[in-house]
Structure formats: C-alpha cells, structure tokens
Ligand binder design. Structure first.
Ligand SMILES: Cc1cc2nc3c(=O)[nH]c(=O)nc-3n(C[C@H](O)[C@H](O)[C@H](O)COP(=O)(O)O)c2cc1C
Length: 363
C-alpha cells in the first residue's frame, strides 16, 4: 500500500532535512505547479476528489475556486494547525515528522490561489512541531523554494509560523482569522466567506494541515494515481487513529474508505484484555457516539452522517464497558464549557448548566 503522507516518517528518526527530503522525491510538485496556470491547478485539485481533512470534508479544489479573480491586492493561505479537538493528534504527527511535506504543499497551494503570504496557525503547545517547522522553513528559504522568484519564476511566497495563544475556538476558521489579526478569537458571521473576505478583508483560504499535505502527491503523480489509492473508488489516503482502552493506540495512514473495524482491530490491535467496546466517538470529542453495530461502516463523511454522527477528524475515541459513560461525557462537557467563546447563548450558558448537573442524580 502506498503512503504518500507518511512515507518519510520512521519511528525514532529525525525528520528529513531539505536535502534528504528532496532526494526522496520531495519538492517535485513545485516546479510542476509553477509550469501550470493557477486556474488549471485549482481544477486539477478539484478533479482529484480531495476533501478537506479538517472535519467537514468539503472538496478542496472547489473551495479554492471560490476565490475571486486576483485584483493586484494581497491574498492569503492559512494552514489550520490548531488541532485542539479532543482525541485528535494527526496533524501533530505530520508536522513533527515531515515538516517539508507541509511546506511543499503550502507553496503549491498558495500558487494555485495566487497568495503571496501564507501562515501556519499552530497550536501553542506543539513545541516540537514549532521547532521542526522553523528549521524546515529556514532550509526552504536557503534553498530558494521560498521567498522571491521561486525557481526563477515570477512567483514569490513568504511563510510565517504563528503560535496560538490557545483556545479551542481558534480552530474555527473565522475565529482563527480574527486571532491572526490580533483580535479576540470569536467566529465571524458568514457570508462573506473567507475565500472572498478573510484576513484583513482580503481573499483567504484556510485549509487543514493534512489537506495541504495531500497536494504534493496529487500534483506530482496525477489524478489517476490519487484516485487509485482509496478503497471502492474513493480517492486518496487519510490519517485515522484510536485512543482509549485498545492494545495499540496511535494513528496511521490508510486508504480512504477503510472501515472502523479494520482501524480498531487490525491497526489498534482490538480492545485490551478484559474490556469490551461499548461505543465510540468517530472523529473527536465534538462528534456523536456510534455503537459496535456501526463498526463495519467505511470511514466516509456520508456513511457516518447516515448513521447519525460525523466523521470529523477520523481519530476515534473508544468507550469501554468498564468506564462510566456519564463520567466520560461529563469530562467532555467540562472541556467544551471551559472553551466556549461565549458568543452564542446555548453554548455559553447551556454547557456550564450541563456541566454542573449533579452527576449522582443522573447515574
Ligand atoms: C469549534 C471548531 C474547531 C475547529 N478546529 C479545527 C482544527 O483544529 N483544525 C482544522 O483543520 N479545522 C478545524 N475546524 C474546521 C475549520 O473551521 C475549517 O473548516 C477547516 O480548517 C477547513 O480546512 P479543510 O477544508 O482543509 O478541512 C474547526 C471548526 C470548529 C467549528
């Protein structure tokens, strides 16, 4: 099985530097992209079928196509590396272990939407990711794939790594934009969507880390290659993972369309001895519980929606038969009550009420 997202990742080994990454076939997509018309590149990514990995699964190229025609003013690409969703740790893996993959994806994506400035909005606690990204960005500038006139073209791009002061709502793309502007991180009303009016009122694309890490493979190897990676006609691979009382918690790259059962039993080694699966959250703390009867569903947004939940970040949290479900949910509610941005009444007032219901009265 091909693993374009994690092929350079080896447990215990430092991330590839610029030379090692390039020798392994890295940065090929940049020259290929620069030889294309930006609009053709957007259509190319749209036709690959890549869906966003930040939670909603919206077609990435289609989202890019909503940016208006360039008018000579600034345009921005923002990588959403906030990753504060409970139980989610996939972007961390990519940034800590293969930072050049993200930078390559950012150059190609920024060119497609004609952005000359790109930001990485990084969760503040991700200190190792910060260090490795800073090193990789400096190497990319030194090698001339970032900065003025990339590969001798007319295209120039700067990347700025911004570490978040730390709030869950900063992961929501419009709150993230406010935070980058130095404002309080409250979401903005949509429309206008960021593609039209984002950072400082200018066209802005916000994409998840894993989404952007898919771009180098798509551009280098083509649409047919990408479409053949998944199961049952699904395009690509994605990073899925498990936390909870399983034998081997972690996250792994697998074909899009893999079932929850394969993830849980083959990758995570099944439940620990003496524990049974009671329920699971399919993609982070904000998704709804699924039951053991849902294990044979493919991990696809549509299939999970039909079962009454959301695929979200595709890192499942397992609830076993010996853990109190009320205690587990109380723990999550406590997190969401604490992290409410306070803008809307049901969340601001409702979550603290739910948190303070006497547990003894409901157990
Ligand atoms: C409360 C909240 C938190 C979110 N947190 C994240 C996050 O940490 N990372 C992320 O990529 N998307 C997060 N999202 C989704 C983003 O708003 C946005 O849809 C996503 O970054 C788009 O990227 P994609 O199209 O590549 O999936 C969050 C959304 C909400 C409502």
């Amino acid at each position: 099985m091909q693993k374009p997202l994690t092929k350079n990742i080896e447990k215990g080994r430092a991330p590839f530097n610029f030379q090692q990454y390039s020798a392994a076939g890295g940065y090929l997509s940049v020259a290929k992209a620069l030889a294309m018309e930006p609009k053709a590149l957007v259509t190319f990514v749209k036709d690959s079928g890549l869906g966003g990995r930040g939670g909603a699964g919206f077609n990435t190229g289609l989202k890019w196509s909503f940016t208006p025609e360039p008018d000579g003013g600034p345009r921005y690409l923002v990588v959403n590396a906030d990753e504060m969703e409970p139980g989610t740790f996939k972007d961390r893996l990519l940034m800590e272990h293969d930072p050049h993959l993200l930078i390559e994806g950012m150059i190609t994506s920024a060119y497609a939407i004609q952005a000359s400035m790109a930001y990485i909005f990084l969760r503040g606690e991700y200190k190792l990711a910060e260090k490795n990204l800073q090193t990789a960005i400096a190497e990319a500038y030194a090698a001339g794939v970032l900065g003025k006139n990339i590969h001798g073209s007319n295209y120039s791009l700067d990347i700025c790594l911004h570490t978040s002061a730390g709030r869950y709502i900063c992961g929501e793309e419009t709150a993230l934009i406010n935070a980058l502007e130095g404002k309080r991180a409250n979401p903005r009303a949509k429309p206008p969507f960021p593609q039209v009016s984002g950072l400082w009122g200018r066209p802005t694309l916000v994409n998840n880390v894993e989404t952007i890490c898919n771009i180098p493979g798509i551009v280098t190897h083509g649409i047919e290659w990408y479409k053949a990676l998944g199961l049952n006609g699904q395009p690509g691979t994605r990073i899925c993972g498990v936390s909870g009382r399983v034998k081997n918690p972690g996250c792994w790259e697998m074909p899009v369309g893999t079932t929850f059962r394969t993830l849980l039993e083959d990758y995570a080694g099944g439940m620990q001895d003496g524990y049974q699966l009671k329920a699971f959250l399919p993609g982070g703390g904000s998704t709804d519980f699924l039951l053991p009867e849902h294990l044979d569903l493919p991990m696809l947004p549509g299939d999970v929606a039909k079962a009454g939940s959301r695929l979200g970040t595709s890192l499942i949290m397992v609830l076993d038969d010996k853990t109190c479900p009320v205690g587990c949910i109380h723990n999550l509610i406590k997190f969401f009550a604490h992290e409410s941005c306070g803008w809307c009444t049901p969340c601001r007032d409702g979550l603290p009420w739910a948190e303070h219901i006497d547990r003894k009265s409901v157990v």
